[in-house]
Design a protein. Structure first.
Length: 82
């Protein structure tokens, strides 16, 4: 059975709890949502255009979150493999 966002968010072996981690993505007809766990343990819900750590959410795909900084630098968070 695939891990749920709750399983990933609380499994210390599944993700680095000292870093921001993607724990789930949700696709709806009108929007895509990413769930991230911050190092503080806080879970945040992000959509396109939201800001995270000085970067803007530019894409949310199946199991991935793309971020772009003002200088054009991009990064991608992916779901941990559990």
């Amino acid at each position: 059975m695939p891990a749920t966002p709750a399983d990933i968010a609380t499994d210390k072996n599944a993700l680095d709890t000292n870093a921001t981690a993607l724990i789930g993505t949700i696709s709806r007809p009108d929007t895509r949502i990413a769930l991230i766990r911050q190092p503080s343990g806080r879970i945040a819900r992000l959509t396109l255009g939201d800001r995270l750590g000085g970067a803007t959410v530019t894409a949310i795909g199946e199991g991935e979150l793309h971020l772009t900084r003002a200088n054009g630098e991009t990064s991608k968070l992916t779901l941990p493999r559990g």
